[in-house]
Design a protein around this ligand. Structure first.
Ligand code: 5GP
Length: 184
């Protein structure tokens, strides 16, 4: 029996989800973060088992074949997925926060109809591009690819339960906290 709900948070790369999620986890200590598996290499400061489980493509494919993902998707040449066993174990303890893209969110919606889906928007496309460049660790071709993907991702917001704008991380987090107070 699960105790909590799945709360999905999506938003284009560079929208500042990390900061917002940090505030949410700080303010609601009962929220449990779902750690995804990915084939992309760690960024500076990212820790295995904390931010992601960094695994090889072979291992990822093996997990797909065994049905070990609640959902997964390919994104910028890498795979990302939510390990099913981990999500179920966390759900037995409380409300679980998933930072996943719209393709994953769609799969969650199908398997868990009571999941709460929240989409974070940038204040504008110009601001999103500025934030992507501001990180300074992404090559130009990847920035173009991510901007293109961002447009597609933002079109998906229509079927989410809630859309919130990240004008400032603090205000955006407060709006999400109000949603969670009602729904999760
Ligand atoms: P990043 O490489 O910047 O950490 O993440 C890139 C994108 O992958 C983000 O939009 C993030 O939400 C998404 N993502 C991270 N983990 C998962 C996952 O387990 N499943 C899916 N479908 N997307 C994920």
């Amino acid at each position: 029996m699960s105790k909590g709900k799945l709360v999905v948070i999506s938003g284009a790369s560079g929208v500042g989800k990390g900061t917002v999620l940090g505030i949410l986890m700080e303010k609601r200590k009962d929220l449990i973060f779902s750690v995804s598996a990915t084939t992309r290499p760690p960024r500076p400061g990212e820790k295995d088992g904390v931010h992601y489980y960094f695994i090889t493509r072979e291992r990822f494919r093996e997990m797909i074949d065994r049905g070990e993902f609640l959902e997964y998707d390919a994104h910028s040449d890498n795979y990302y997925g939510t390990p099913r066993a981990q999500a179920e174990e966390k759900l037995a303890r409380g409300t679980v926060l998933l930072d996943i893209d719209p393709k994953g969110a769609m799969q969650v919606r199908q398997t868990a109809p009571d999941a709460v889906l929240i989409f974070i928007m940038p204040p504008s496309m110009e601001e999103l591009e500025r934030r992507l460049r501001g990180r300074g660790d992404t090559p130009e071709d990847q920035i173009r690819m991510r901007m293109k993907r961002a447009v597609w991702e933002m079109e998906q917001r229509t079927w989410y339960d809630h859309v919130v704008v990240n004008d400032t991380a603090q205000r955006c987090a407060e709006e999400i906290l109000r949603i969670l107070a009602k729904e999760a």
